[in-house]
Structures are given as structure tokens and as C-alpha cells.
Design a protein around this ligand. Structure first.
Ligand SMILES: Cc1ncc(COP(=O)(O)O)c(C=O)c1O
Length: 431
């Protein structure tokens, strides 16, 4: 008999996990739809989707079939050395589904790389080098993307220095307005402040403004409706490109195919990853032709970017999202969940705010509704209690006090009810 293999023990010995506060104590064996099964056969309702990745459900059969077919044909040749059909088809699809004149894509392996590509293009196209990003934003873990990430907690001093030439604008965060104002009487000052940031925090050499349409890691922060329209006006005045980071919000998560569509503006560059290929690694940076064509030979490349298996999976994934109209489904289910969670406010004083769009929902927990003191340890505990009840939720926010509900968009009504019930009970137990 071979020795039983202890996954957790092997992790502790051989996997670098010092970079996370903890790995959730679930050894995942398989996933299907919105269900995750552990090594002991225990089933969980997955409300985190591997950080907002498997929007079409775990091991979606259409995606699996497309990936398997491609595996039998070709796994790798390099999309930038030879012509590959899945790459051509996927880029054509992205040109069709993205707003405006965004027609050409560069493929990478991850979200951070997609952003790197967007920032390089913006700098080269505008011949300017500064970047403006949002406080509390998150854009990735490479030096470039950490440099535009507005969270000191993720930019440890001992790993720096980071890129200079980055200025940060106030977060459009109505629950904790950094300007102390209240929506809608605020006049969207947070967007208007962009002009001050350009004029007083940069040398007016700004290539791009990068923002997530909804801030994910920052705590599911939903900018007010007028925010991006106001922002875009100012950006256009100063010849600054708008790079929309749709890495976490893309592919129907928020009730539209892309979250920026809620705001009625067209970005100059859009960056994707996570849900683009339902779990296979892939990132994409999509932009207008004149911006795309500014690269010269040698400016950019990726060995694995545009891997044909990932691209074939992505194409099947997008077709599935469209066929099943998962955006409308996310929108309806999201409204239901937010209403149910809102109702829990009466019962649980810990709930400070419930917000989101579609199935990208955050519940911000506070010790006191007046002072809004963050209830960070309670949030960790509730996540743990939910897990014990068979429901996996996420956790985030710059203050560590936001429960994140981002399930696969194919989640059933009864699974959603199970999740809400578990959150309700856990909130009662944590008191
Ligand atoms: C908005 C956003 N941008 C970029 C990234 C980085 O993506 P990746 O981890 O694939 O590099 C993330 C990851 O969480 C993200 O949420």
C-alpha cells in the first residue's frame, strides 16, 4: 500500500504560503457548477469562484470539451511566433463584444501582465509617462502593477522601491467618502478632484488613468453612477487615456458583460483575465487600432500568452455566457441577494453596508454604525463559520472587513438561499 499523501503537510513543507495570512483549510478535490467537493467528500456552495474566475461554473462542460479538443491538436507553439487559429478567433470575438472601437488584443497569462501591456501601450502612444490610479485600487503583483496599486498594505516597503511617476486620486467610495461628502449632494467631487491631481500631483505628463469599474480587492467598492463620465471628461481635456481594469469585473460578473458598460463610457484600453477562460490561465489587453499598432518589434511579447488551449476555452466560455445570458441572470440574482442581505441589517448591527452590482457583492462589517470602526476579526470569523456550514465566501477590503460574495453565475436559487442562511446564522453566532 502506498503511503497516503498529506496535501496540507506537503504544502507546509514545500509551498511558499508565507505571502498569505492563511490558506483556507479545504483540500479541494473537484468542482462542478457552484459546488466544490473536498477530499472527504464534503460539499460546499462556492461563493467565491476561485476569486471571481469560474463565472460559468466549475468544469463547465462546454469549456472542458473545447479545451480537450484543443489539447489533442496543439498545446503550444507561441502565438507571437506562428499564427494560431484559437488566438485569431478569440481576438475577433473580443473585438465584437468590447465597446467602441476596441479592436485589437494582446494576450498574456494573467491580469497583472494584461495591465503591464496596457500601461506600456499608453506610455508609448501618448509619449507621456505618468500614471494616475485610485487609492484602494488593486492591479496586480508585478512591480509595475504594484506601483499603480493604491494600497500600502500590498506594497511592502522592504520590497520597494516601486515605480515613481504615479499619483493617486480619491476613491469613489460613498460609504467612507474620503472627502467627507454625501452622495448625491457631493456633486461627484471625487471625480472632479482628478483635475487637481493632474495639476498639483503630477508634472502634467500623464499617459493614463487606470481604474477598476468596481474595486474588487479594495472591498467591492461601487463608484457612483456619474463617476466615470465626469472622470472621462477631465481625462479627454488633458489627453490622458483611460485604462479600464476589468480583470475582476469582466465577463458578466456585474450584470453586464463588462462593468464599465454600467457607466456609459468607452475606455481607451481594457484589461481582462480571471473569468475570460473559466479557470485556464489567460489575460488580454484590448485597445483601439492606433494605440495597438504603436508597439514596435521588441517592445512586448509573452511565451505562453495566447496559449491555444486557454484561447479555445475562452471562446467556448464567452459563447456560453452569451447563450445563457449570464449577465441578466447575474443581475437578477444579484438584486435578490442584495435585498436579502439588506434585510439582515435590521437583525445584525454588524452590517454597515451592503453593495455591489450583479453577483459582485460586498458586505462591509463594522463594530459601530456611527463610527464605522472596521470589524475585521469578526469578518474573518464569519468566513470561517460559513465554511463550517458548507459555504465558501471571500474576504477583502483595505480594512479587512468586507465579506465578498462572488459565486459562479450558474449558482442555483437554492444554493444562494443556503449561502444567505449561512451568513445570517454566522452573523448571529459571532456576536
Ligand atoms: C482588478 C484586478 N486587476 C488585476 C489583478 C491581477 O490579476 P492576476 O492575479 O491574474 O495577475 C487582480 C487580481 O485579483 C484584480 O482583481
Amino acid at each position: 500500500m502506498p503511503e497516503p499523501f498529506d496535501v496540507v503537510e506537503a504544502y507546509n513543507r514545500y509551498v511558499i504560503t508565507s505571502c498569505v495570512s492563511k490558506v483556507e483549510p479545504v483540500v479541494v478535490k473537484s468542482g462542478s457548477g457552484a459546488t466544490i467537493t473536498d477530499l472527504n467528500g464534503k460539499e460546499y456552495v462556492d461563493c467565491f469562484s476561485g476569486i471571481s474566475v469560474v463565472n460559468v461554473g466549475h468544469c463547465n462542460p462546454k469549456v472542458v470539451e473545447a479545451a480537450k479538443n484543443q489539447l489533442d491538436r496543439l498545446i503550444h507553439a507561441c502565438a507571437y511566433v506562428y499564427y494560431l487559429e484559437p488566438v485569431a478567433r478569440l481576438s475577433e470575438k473580443l473585438a465584437q463584444i468590447t465597446p467602441g472601437e476596441l479592436k485589437k488584443s494582446f494576450f498574456s497569462n494573467s491580469g497583472a501582465e494584461a495591465i503591464e501591456c496596457g500601461l506600456k501601450l499608453a506610455r508609448k502612444f501618448t509619449k507621456k509617462h505618468e500614471i494616475i490610479a485610485l487609492m484602494r485600487s488593486f492591479h496586480g503583483r508585478t512591480f509595475g502593477t504594484l506601483s499603480v496599486t493604491g494600497q500600502s498594505g500590498r506594497r511592502s516597503y522592504s520590497m520597494g522601491p516601486y515605480l515613481g511617476s504615479v499619483a493617486f486620486a480619491p476613491t469613489p467610495y460613498c460609504y467612507r467618502c474620503p472627502l467627507g461628502l454625501e452622495y448625491p449632494n457631493c456633486g461627484i467631487q471625487c471625480a472632479k478632484m482628478l483635475e487637481d491631481v493632474i495639476r498639483y500631483s503630477t508634472s502634467n505628463n500623464v499617459a493614463a488613468f487606470i481604474a477598476e469599474p468596481l474595486l474588487g480587492e479594495g472591498g467591492i467598492i461601487v463608484p457612483p453612477n456619474e463617476y466615470f463620465e465626469e472622470a472621462k471628461k477631465i481625462l479627454e481635456q488633458y489627453g490622458i487615456l483611460f485604462v479600464a481594469d476589468e480583470v475582476q469585473t469582466g465577463f458578466a460578473r456585474t450584470g453586464k458583460l463588462f462593468a464599465i458598460e454600467h457607466y456609459g463610457v468607452t475606455p481607451d484600453v481594457m484589461c481582462f483575465a480571471k473569468a475570460i477562460a473559466a479557470g485556464l490561465p489567460l489575460g488580454a489587453c484590448t485597445t483601439r487600432r492606433e494605440i495597438a499598432d504603436i508597439f514596435e518589434p521588441g517592445d512586448h511579447l509573452s511565451t505562453f500568452g495566447g496559449n491555444p488551449v486557454s484561447c479555445a476555452a475562452a471562446l467556448a466560455n464567452i459563447e456560453y455566457i452569451q447563450e445563457q445570458d449570464l449577465a441578466s441572470r447575474a443581475s437578477k440574482q444579484g438584486e435578490y441577494v442584495m435585498q436579502r442581505l439588506d434585510e439582515l441589517k435590521e437583525k445584525h448591527q454588524l452590517i454597515g453596508d451592503v453593495r455591489g452590482k450583479g453577483l459582485m457583492i460586498g458586505m462591509e462589517l463594522v463594530k459601530d454604525r456611527e463610527t464605522k470602526e472596521a470589524a475585521a476579526s469578526e469578518t474573518v470569523k464569519i468566513r470561517e463559520l460559513c465554511r463550517q456550514k458548507g459555504v465558501l465566501v471571500g474576504h477583502g477590503g483595505t480594512l479587512g472587513n468586507v465579506l465578498r460574495i462572488q459565486p459562479p453565475l450558474v449558482i442555483s436559487q437554492s444554493q444562494l438561499d443556503t449561502a444567505i442562511e449561512a451568513i445570517d446564522q454566522s452573523l448571529s453566532e459571532v456576536k
